[in-house]
Design a protein around this ligand. Structure first.
Ligand code: B12
Ligand code: SF4
Length: 445
C-alpha cells in the first residue's frame, strides 16, 4: 500500500501561483510520515517546491493545509477523486470547517493525528474508511515520532547557510492558555501546555543533525511557555552545536538569565507577536499580557545577547488610525527591532474574532486564499478598504526605507556580535527592501 501526502501551495492576489521557493519545510508532512507504519510506502509533496503527481500510483491521498492554502487543497482533492483515488484531509482549517471539507474528501480528521492515523490507515486497508474521524482528547505528546524530513526534496528549499539543506522545523510543546481572539491555537491545541519528553527531543535533534544541517526553527507557539522546561531544553541544546530561531512571548524581557542561556545555546533570532502598541486594541483582541511590556528593555536585552528580533504586527484593528499606525512604525524604528512584519488582520475560521465580524456583517471577502495577512478581507473601522490595503504598503516602505535601515543597523551594532551584528540584519533588511520594490510583501516567501 502507498500513501501520498500533500501540502498545497499558497495563492494570493499579489503573487504568481507558480512555484514559490520556501525557506523552511512544513512540519506536518514529516510528522504524519513519521507516524505511518514502516511497511507502508509513503511519498511527500510540498507544493511550494514540488509539483503534485496526479498520475501517482498511491492508493490513498492525504492533504493538509491552513486556511490560506485550503482552496488549493480542495482543488487537488477534487482532481484526485475524479481519477478514482480516495482522499483524506486534515489540519486546522478542516478541523474548523468540517462540513465544507467533506464536500471535497472521502474522509476527514478533526484534531490531532497522533492517536488516530494508524487506525485510519487500517480502516482504509480494510475498506471501511469512515467519513469522519475525531480526536476527542489531546494526544499526550509523549510518543516518540521522528519526522521523516528525508522524504522531502530538501535540496529544493532556499538555504542561506551554504549547504543545500534548509533550516528544519521541530516542535517541543503544544497548547496555549491565552486564547487571544484572533488566534486558533487555544481552541485547536488546547489551553494546557503539553511538553515533549526531552529524551525524544534529543533523538529528533540527532536526526536533524544526521541530515547535514545544524539549523532549526522551533515551531512552538511560545518557546518559553514553561520556563523550567525551556531551561532544561536549553541545557540539552548547549551540548550540541545548533543555530536556531523560535517564537517567544514578550514577557521574556523579565528573564535576562533566560535570554542569556538561549543565546549560549545557539538562539540567533526570535519572532514575537507584539500585534499592536494600543492598549485599546490589546484589550479588544484579548491579548492583555502585552499591555505591561517594557519594550525598551526587551529589545535592549535581546540585542545585548545578540539575538535578532522580529516584531509581528497586526494592521487593521478597530483602534487603528493613520496616526496610531504611523506612531507604531516610528516606535519600531526607535526600538532595537531588527525586522518588522505587518500582517493585515487575518480573520480565521473557528475564532471568536470571526464570529464577531460575521455578526457585525463586516466580512467582505470570503475567499480563503486571502486569509494570509496581505489582503483586507473585512470592513475596517477607520479606513476605507483600499486605503488600508495601501497603507500597509506605506508602513512597510517606511520601516524598510534606506534611512530607517541605516538608523536601525547602527543601533543594532554591538561588540559581542562583531561584524555579524551589522552584516546579518543589513543583508535581510536590504532583501526585504528589494521585495517591496517588486511589490512583494516581506512576509511572503
Ligand atoms: C510554524 C508556523 C508558521 C511558520 C511556518 C513555517 C514552516 N514551514 O513551518 C510561518 C512563520 C511561516 C507561518 C506563517 C503564517 N501562519 Co502560521 N503557524 C505556525 C505554527 C506556530 C506551527 C505550525 C506547526 O509546525 N505545526 C505542527 C504540525 C505537526 O501541526 P499541524 O500542521 O496542525 O498537523 C497536525 C494536525 O493538524 C493533523 N493534520 C494536519 N494536516 C493533516 C492532514 C491529514 C490528511 C491528517 C490525517 C492529519 C493532519 O496532524 C498533525 C499531527 O497532529 C501554527 C500554530 C500551531 N500551533 O499549529 C501557526 C498557524 C498554522 N499559522 C497560522 C497563520 C494564520 C499564519 C499566517 C497567515 C500569519 C498570521 N497572520 O498568523 C502565515 C501564513 C502566510 C500565508 N501566506 O499563508 C494559523 C493558521 C490558522 C488557519 N486556520 O489558517 C496558525 C494555526 C496560528 C494561528 N494564529 O491560529 N506560520
Ligand atoms: S496569539 Fe499567541 S498567546 Fe495568543 S492564543 Fe495564539 S498562541 Fe496563544
Amino acid at each position: 500500500m502507498k500513501i501520498l501526502l500533500v501540502h498545497p501551495r499558497r495563492r494570493d492576489k499579489y503573487k504568481r501561483t507558480g512555484s514559490i521557493k520556501a525557506y523552511i519545510p512544513p512540519l506536518t508532512l514529516p510528522v504524519l510520515a513519521g507516524l505511518t507504519p514502516k511497511n507502508i510506502d509513503i511519498e511527500l509533496c510540498d507544493e511550494s517546491v514540488d509539483d503534485v503527481d496526479f498520475n501517482t500510483d498511491a492508493d490513498l491521498i492525504g492533504i493538509t493545509g491552513i486556511t490560506s492554502q485550503i482552496n488549493r487543497g480542495y482543488e487537488i482533492a477534487d482532481t484526485f477523486r475524479k481519477k478514482g483515488k480516495k482522499v483524506i484531509m486534515g489540519g486546522i482549517h478542516v478541523s474548523a470547517m468540517p462540513r465544507e471539507a467533506k464536500d471535497h474528501a472521502d474522509s476527514i480528521l478533526i484534531g490531532e493525528a497522533e492517536d488516530l492515523w494508524e487506525t485510519i490507515i487500517e480502516d482504509f486497508r480494510n475498506n471501511r474508511l469512515k467519513e469522519e474521524y475525531m480526536a476527542d482528547t489531546y494526544t499526550d505528546f509523549k510518543k516518540l515520532i521522528i519526522p521523516r524530513y528525508d522524504l522531502l526534496k530538501l535540496n529544493r528549499y532556499r538555504s542561506s547557510s551554504g549547504t543545500n539543506i534548509p533550516r528544519l522545523p521541530l516542535q517541543t510543546t503544544r497548547g496555549c492558555p491565552f486564547n487571544c481572539k484572533f488566534c486558533s491555537v487555544t481552541k485547536f491545541w488546547g489551553p494546557k501546555i503539553r511538553m515533549k519528553p526531552l529524551e525524544n527531543v534529543e533523538k529528533e535533534l540527532l536526526r536533524i543533525r544526521s541530515l547535514g544541517t545544524n539549523r532549526i526553527f522551533f515551531t512552538d507557539d511560545n518557546f518559553i511557555a514553561n520556563i523550567s522546561y525551556t531551561k532544561k531544553l536549553l541545557e540539552l541544546l548547549k551540548e550540541y552545536d545548533f543555530s536556531w530561531i523560535c517564537q517567544v512571548s514578550t514577557n521574556i524581557y523579565q528573564h535576562e538569565d533566560l535570554i542569556a542561556k538561549m543565546s549560549k545555546a545557539g538562539c540567533s533570532a526570535v519572532y514575537m507577536g507584539i500585534e499592536t502598541f494600543s492598549e485599546e486594541n490589546l484589550e479588544n483582541i484579548n491579548k492583555r499580557f502585552n499591555k505591561m511590556v517594557d519594550y525598551n528593555k526587551l529589545f535592549l536585552l535581546l540585542n545585548k545577547y545578540n539575538i535578532r528580533a522580529t516584531a509581528s504586527m497586526i494592521i487593521g484593528l478597530d483602534g487603528d488610525t493613520k496616526e496610531s499606525l504611523e506612531e507604531m512604525v516610528r516606535l519600531l524604528i526607535r526600538l532595537r527591532v531588527s525586522y518588522a512584519q505587518f500582517y493585515l488582520l487575518v480573520i480565521l475560521p473557528g475564532t471568536q474574532l470571526r464570529e464577531e465580524y460575521l455578526k457585525e456583517n463586516r466580512i467582505i471577502d470570503n475567499n480563503w486564499d486571502h486569509q494570509n495577512g496581505t489582503v483586507v478581507t473585512f470592513q475596517p473601522k477607520s479606513f476605507q478598504v483600499e486605503e488600508l490595503q495601501d497603507y500597509c504598503w506605506a508602513l512597510y516602505n517606511k520601516f524598510y526605507s534606506y534611512e530607517s535601515i541605516i538608523r536601525r543597523i547602527f543601533t543594532l551594532a554591538n561588540l559581542k556580535g562583531g561584524v555579524n551584528s551589522i552584516f546579518v540584519p543589513l543583508r535581510s533588511n536590504l532583501y526585504f527592501l528589494k521585495k517591496l520594490k517588486s511589490r512583494l510583501h516581506p512576509i511572503e516567501n
